[in-house]
Design a protein around this ligand. Structure first.
Ligand code: AMP
Length: 115
């Protein structure tokens, strides 16, 4: 039996979300608990936990993920002031949903190094 995954359910339309982008590879929706004025998650349409689980088509999928991010950065009006892209992975990385996702954050100034 498949492990339940909220991001898989969002991709399939079984859980409601504010979906702003969808293509053959990835889906993007607004984070339910935004950490910035603009906070969008881009996820692969199929379940994969993290980068190290990607297989033969990983490069193509990651290209699609970043290409979608580029489109969203523009449509969200983040081009001029900038933005941050983040992938949290595993325990040290602070990943809380075990489905690979790229955070797009914008609309405020971010600190460095991250906490
Ligand atoms: P991470 O901590 O990197 O795994 O990020 C997971 C993100 O998913 C968090 O920022 C959550 O607020 C977000 N999140 C969890 N459930 C949902 C949901 N149902 N819809 C939208 N965002 C969600």
């Amino acid at each position: 039996m498949e492990t339940p995954c909220v991001f898989c359910d969002i991709v399939r339309g079984k859980v409601e979300a504010d979906v702003i982008y969808h293509d053959a590879w990835v889906t993007a929706f607004r984070d339910i608990a935004p950490k910035a004025p603009c906070h969008v998650l881009v996820v692969p349409n199929r379940h994969v936990r993290d980068l190290t689980e990607l297989g033969a088509d990983g490069a193509e999928l990651l290209g699609a993920l970043l290409w979608a991010a580029r489109t969203i950065v523009e449509s969200e009006g983040l081009t001029q002031m900038g933005y941050r892209l983040v992938i949290n992975a595993g325990i040290d990385g602070g990943q809380s949903v075990d489905h690979l996702h790229l955070h797009i954050l914008g609309g405020r100034r971010f600190g460095w190094p991250p906490g």
